[in-house]
Write a protein that binds this ligand. Structure first.
Ligand SMILES: [Zn+2]
Length: 200
């Protein structure tokens, strides 16, 4: 069976509101906006956030009545097929950009060093370059002045995180977005702050 395509939503509450308003378009049918309907739930996942007990998430599924494709709705606070939130993984990547090693980061976050090493490996090029591209695009849209700032962390990953964070803060200020910074970054990176884990 084809795996569900994935759509990133700000939150599951927002997804329900979009269903009610008929505003969730099918990515496979660009000509028919608002076609997606609720279609049950995905497998319940346990996700770990920063310094808190794991939270249980029941992903929402949607189906397009036109093309019959099903879609999984991923809340932007999560990262596709990762058991830690965007905030946790993002904090690890920011520590790396600041120059911390995997052991220090693992201790700070209370995660196994092997997990942190895996994240850091996957965040290298080409992922760092892709993140930088998303950062440039969203910073340009939110506040082009962000692009003229001096580099705080002069690596592709550091630059990417600065741009993404700058764009998220600009969204919060200019459009009064109530979403946390890492959730906005989750939207900008379409749930792929890291690429999905390699299948073994
Ligand atoms: Zn469709």
């Amino acid at each position: 069976m084809e795996p569900d395509a994935m759509i990133v939503v700000a939150s599951l509450e927002q997804a329900e509101a979009l269903f009610d308003a008929g505003q969730l378009g099918c990515p496979g049918c660009p000509g028919c906006p608002g076609a997606l309907r609720p279609h049950g739930y995905g497998r319940i996942r346990r996700v770990r956030s920063l310094g808190e007990a794991p939270v249980t998430v029941r992903p929402r599924r949607a189906r397009c009545p036109e093309c019959a494709a099903t879609h999984m709705l991923l809340p932007a606070a999560l990262v596709l097929r990762r058991a830690d939130t965007a905030q946790v993984i993002g904090t690890a990547l920011a520590s790396k950009a600041r120059g911390d090693g995997p052991r220090t980061i693992a201790t700070q976050l209370g995660r196994p060093v092997s997990t942190v090493r895996r994240w850091l490996r996957r965040a290298r090029e080409p992922q760092a370059d892709w993140l930088q591209e998303q950062g440039v695009q969203h910073a340009y849209r939110a506040d082009p002045d962000i692009l003229n700032r001096d580099l705080v962390w002069p690596t592709p990953l550091g630059d990417a995180l600065n741009l993404l964070a700058g764009a998220a803060l600009a969204c919060q200020q200019r459009w009064d977005s109530p979403l946390p910074v890492w959730t906005l970054i989750g939207m900008f990176t379409r749930g792929q702050l890291l690429p999905p884990p390699l299948r073994t």
